[in-house]
Design a binder for this molecule. Structure first.
Ligand SMILES: Nc1ncnc2c1ncn2[C@@H]1O[C@H](COP(=O)(O)OP(=O)(O)OP(=O)(O)O)[C@@H](O)[C@H]1O
Length: 460
């Protein structure tokens, strides 16, 4: 029977040459024996995989390879599949089959595949998997909330009130709106809420809505489908909502979100589904949204720059973080903690503390932290003095400071104490039980509280 196109008259030699070329180009190792068990053919891949060379041609296979099973197939006519062979430096799998023509066994063929390459690839795969895991761990730590309520420093009644409410609402899934000036600790609160809730251990993803161009924010938040726009990734991309699934999405500077996107956010909050840009299917999500802003959202609503429906949806739980000016009594505690965290040897001069007390703190706690970091770098000794504060700050504060040149630190402290006691009583109430609570929250006895009320002539 001709093995080539019947139309072409090809000589026997040509046919043999053609077949040899076919067998040599096969990517598996091939060895053929005749019915006597002598090797009639091996291809280069067989030599590469097993190390057996063409010297074996014409010789009985068993003589060269005593354990060979191929000659057995001549007798039992049975195929053998996936026989594992291992030598010092090679590993391979062999399939064997008898060659039967007119019901007569005229030889047997063995086809082998190298495992050395498979092993190399599986090692490579293992390495890549390890890398992937490392990256995943890094991603997880990027999306981890660091702060807990214990790390929120402050004993001022207003701040403590916010902490109390925040702890109570932490485990609900309702959205939260945190308002307060820049640097007052809004993100700190949102991290603490996440860590206090049953969502801890899941992603906490912060997004600054003011830092991402409006036209990009939608696809960042909701993701996009394949071909959604020019330059879109093949297969599309998950958005931050999907990445935050079962966790918390912190939408900072929500007041800067575009009006159109606000409508889409409201839909997500109401339906708990997101739709990637350019797709028509909805995906279920379970994400707690905490929004924050330093802007007056109600004012933005009046100016038609913030949707009223979204405002009411977010405003159900509202936490107003007091500015540092409203809780000056916390300044020494904060300074202490900032000094302790990195530079435990530093102290602060009384005069400088007084200055920091009276300063207006437009940048709030963030500004205070930066000032302390700066001062510890600049200070020549271990005591921080006025000279170590940033020049711009001294200029801004000097005016106010000079308006009260005769005030002693004692005076400032007493003012602060009076205000703190008044605010605590306003918060808890004036009854006897209320005063007990107020004293407890201030960390003083009831008797001391009464003494101070008398000393400062606080109306109760
Ligand atoms: N009560 C606090 N105790 C300890 N550190 C605080 C406190 N409040 C704020 N900080 C620190 O001040 C810095 C600013 O806080 P954070 O980023 O939470 O403020 P923010 O209100 O979210 O600011 P912005 O409005 O600019 O986004 C952080 O370094 C934070 O750790």
């Amino acid at each position: 029977m001709s093995i080539l196109n019947h139309q072409i008259d090809v000589s026997f030699e040509k046919q043999v040459e053609w077949w040899k070329a076919v067998i040599d180009s096969i990517n598996d190792g091939i060895l053929v024996i005749d019915q006597e068990g002598s090797v009639q053919l091996i291809n280069p891949e067989y030599t590469r995989i097993t190390g057996v060379t063409s010297d074996i041609l014409g010789k009985p296979l068993r003589e060269y390879r005593p354990g060979a099973q191929l000659p057995d197939t001549l007798e039992d006519r049975k195929c053998r599949v996936g026989v594992y062979r291992k030598t010092r430096d090679r590993e391979y799998l062999v399939d064997m089959a008898p060659i039967i023509v007119n019901d007569k066994v005229i030889g047997a063929v063995s086809v082998c595949k190298s495992l050395t390459e498979v092993h190399r690839l599986s090692q490579e795969l293992k390495k890549q998997n390890e890398k992937l895991k490392q990256l995943e761990r890094k991603m997880d730590s990027m999306y981890e909330a660091k702060y807990t309520f214990d790390q929120i420093i402050g004993k001022e009644a207003g701040l403590k009130g916010v902490v109390t409410v925040a702890k109570k609402v932490a485990d609900s899934s309702l959205p939260i709106l945190i308002t307060g000036e820049s640097g007052t600790g809004k993100e700190l609160f949102s991290q603490a809420i996440h860590n206090e809730s049953s969502r801890n251990g899941r992603p906490f993803i912060p997004v600054n809505c003011a830092a991402i161009p409006a036209e990009l924010l939608e696809s960042e938040l909701f993701g996009y489908g394949e071909g959604a726009f020019t330059g879109a990734k093949k297969g599309g991309k998950a958005g931050l909502f999907e990445m935050a699934n079962y966790g918390t999405l912190f939408l900072d500077e929500i007041g800067d979100m575009s009006y159109d996107l606000q409508a889409k956010l409201l839909r997500v909050l109401q339906e708990k589904k997101i739709r990637r840009v350019g797709e028509t299917i909805d995906r279920d999500i379970d994400v707690r949204v905490i929004a924050a802003t330093h802007r007056d959202l109600q004012h933005l609503v009046h100016k038609n720059r913030f949707r009223e429906d979204l405002f009411y949806r977010l405003n159900v739980i509202r936490l107003q973080v007091p500015s540092l000016r409203e809780r000056r009594e916390d300044i020494p505690r904060l300074i202490d903690s900032f000094l302790q965290s990195a530079y435990s040897t530093y102290t602060i001069e009384e005069q400088t503390l007084k200055f920091l007390y009276t300063y207006e703190w437009p940048g709030n706690v963030r500004e205070l932290k930066n000032v302390i970091d700066y001062a510890t770098c600049i200070a020549e000794g271990t005591e921080i003095t006025l000279h170590d504060l940033p020049e711009s700050m001294i200029k801004q504060g000097a005016e106010l400071f000079q308006q009260q040149p005769n005030r002693s630190l004692q005076g400032v402290m007493e003012d602060t104490e009076r205000r703190l006691i008044q605010e605590t009583i306003n918060y808890f109430g004036t009854g006897i039980e209320d005063k007990k609570k107020a004293a407890k929250s201030l960390g003083i006895s009831l008797a001391t509280l009464y003494n101070k009320i008398k000393k400062y002539n606080i109306g109760s």
